[in-house]
Design a protein. Sequence first.
Length: 224
Amino acid sequence: MNPIKQLYRQVKSGIELSVWEASLIKERMTNWAQLQHYEQANRAVGQADVIFFGDSITDLWDLSTYFPNQSYTNRGISGQTTPQMLVRFRPDVINLHPKVVTLLAGTNDIAGNTGHTTIEQIQDNFMSIAELAKLHQIRLILASILPVSEERSITRPLSKIQALNTWIIKYCQTNNLIYLDYYSSMVDERGYLRSHLSEDGLHPNSTGYQIMARLAEEAIRKAL
């Protein structure tokens, strides 16, 4: 169960919340898409040629380490889902006038971070982001959802990850988008994330990010 759901259940059960827990609920209710997260950084940057956009897998990615000769801009926010990213796509991407944006998202939707979401609803959000990018002449690179460990697959079923990745491939082919295939290089023979690529079964470690960086660089070169 995601932490926000747990906190709501505590409230309904009459369990007293800590100051931190109460502030977390307040922030989620009043700043759902976290539009202020990069507000100051966006003003400082002004313009960015290549943006990495996504959730914690992007947020935790130290781009300067894995792309030392590039000035890529990170606009990931931990825990986010595609509807949140759709809301902040304008301030965190469009308004920075990039040439290319890489989108890595969907795993938190499957896990229900912002409530139950169907595969079709996730697809709708991908399509809306893609249409906004096209309208503003931004080249979109759409990445596959990463595999997860067997333990993590309880909340992120392999069948849903595979179904969404299959759809992403077809959508990219139909709409002339670049498909960034992290999945094939990180999945084991059982369909789970290779154990040596992650410490927690969800987020890549340095070895995992090295693989992703090579694949992302190839996709960015193609887009440019």
